[in-house]
Design a protein around this ligand. Structure first.
Ligand SMILES: *Cc1c(COP(=O)(O)O)cnc(C)c1O
Length: 382
């Protein structure tokens, strides 16, 4: 059985440089917030063409610290509503509740999987303070329309950029600059992945950047002087040094993912399988995941498994259906419900072996659905 994502092979591409980086940090005697973090923040900010990048412990903290910093700056209050897509990883909502605000889940557009600006507008009320747009599966949300909505209603617009490192919009603007602030995750499986947990906040706003810097380090800008109640969410030197090596591949990896996505989009021809849209322009999609739709999703997954093709579901339970968010259970979100039952992620990563690419296309094209498999209960690869 192949792997859904071969992290070992991905990181083996840089083994010599990653090892050098490790040895450099080992011998430096300095392990948390230091010259490697400073350099990575500079280099990541440059890659995103953004004024400020602040390294933090993980992607959830990046989003949480943005919201907490806005609370300290008086831009959000306890109980303020924050609009989030219902079809996202739970962290998008957790950041909102962690910051003492209230998530309001909104439906995606059926054909793009991205938060629907029209439904966002309908969800805006007197207590709304912010919108979090998730660039789901690596494709930029419609930031133009969301920005004008946010401006019209005096709302903050925040990017959950955990899946979209290196994406650019039609005007050549980078992910991380398309809202008031953005949260990135460098969890190992993300398009830019560390060898452990790591994250970053990007923003053009110097005041917000300073507030996030302070919050991540116990609310302190000066040792043992604590202006606010902060947390410990620092980026360590080792992850920063490793990320500096991997950052050099970010643009090329995005291009490799686009090439593979086009292979799938051209090669998979099966009326039972709905293909994801390309980005418009191509640079606006970095294909963190290649997600197809199928009315017989579980049968398709079993068929692919029988063919030796690993797949995953992102995500099987929408946020408003999670036990952790029982307070949201009364929301009617039928599109998010339907997608949760139909989406399936196919393997796609830079350097993916050619035989696997062909095997995925071939196995998808041979899926015949329930009808033909009625006799044999076992899924087959025929
Ligand atoms: C991965 C992810 C996060 C959280 O990042 P962590 O580093 O795992 O905390 C948040 N939002 C989305 C959409 C993600 O995919």
């Amino acid at each position: 059985m192949h792997r859904f994502l071969d992290l070992q092979a991905l990181n083996a591409r840089d083994e010599a440089e990653l090892t050098d980086a490790f040895v450099r940090v080992l011998r430096s005697g300095w392990y948390v917030l230091g010259p490697e973090v400073d350099a990575f923040e500079r280099e990541f900010a440059e890659a995103c063409r953004v004024a400020h990048a602040i390294g933090v412990g993980n992607g959830l903290d990046a989003l949480t610290l943005i919201l907490k910093a806005y609370r300290q700056l008086g831009r959000l209050a306890e109980g303020t509503e924050v609009i989030v897509p219902d079809n996202s990883f739970v962290a998008t909502a957790l950041a909102v509740t962690e910051a003492g605000c209230v998530p309001v889940p909104v439906e995606p557009e059926e054909d793009s999987f991205l938060i629907d600006p029209q439904r966002v507008e309908a969800a805006i009320g007197p207590r709304t303070g912010a919108i979090i747009a998730v660039h789901l599966y690596g494709r930029l949300a419609d930031m133009g329309r969301l920005r004008s909505l946010a401006d019209r209603h005096g709302l903050l617009l925040i990017e959950d950029a955990a899946q979209a490192h290196g994406a650019f919009d039609a005007a050549g603007r980078s992910v991380g600059t398309l809202g008031d602030a953005a949260g990135f995750s460098f969890f190992p499986v993300k398009n830019l992945g560390a060898l452990g947990d790591a994250g970053a906040v990007t923003t053009q706003d110097a005041q917000l950047a300073e507030a996030v810097r302070r919050l991540r380090n116990y609310g302190s800008s000066e040792k043992y002087v604590h202006a606010v109640k902060g947390v410990n969410s620092r980026l360590d030197e080792l992850q920063a040094a490793l990320l500096r090596v991997k950052l050099r591949r970010m643009a090329d990896d995005a291009e490799q993912r686009r090439v593979l996505a086009e292979r799938y989009r051209a090669g998979i021809r099966n009326p039972l399988i709905g293909l994801p849209q390309a980005g418009e322009p191509a640079a606006s999609h970095v294909w963190h995941l290649f997600v197809v739709r199928c009315g017989q999703r579980d049968a398709l997954q079993a068929h692919l498994h029988a063919c030796g093709i690993p797949t995953l579901i992102h995500y099987p339970i929408p946020i408003h259906r999670q036990a952790a968010y029982s307070e949201l259970a009364a929301h009617a979100l039928p599109i998010a419900d339907r997608l949760a039952g139909e989406v399936l992620s196919l393997p796609l990563y830079p350097g993916m072996p050619e035989p696997l690419v062909e095997a995925v296309i071939d196995a998808c094209n041979r899926f015949a659905g329930h009808a033909s498999q009625a006799e044999s209960k076992e899924p087959t690869c025929h």
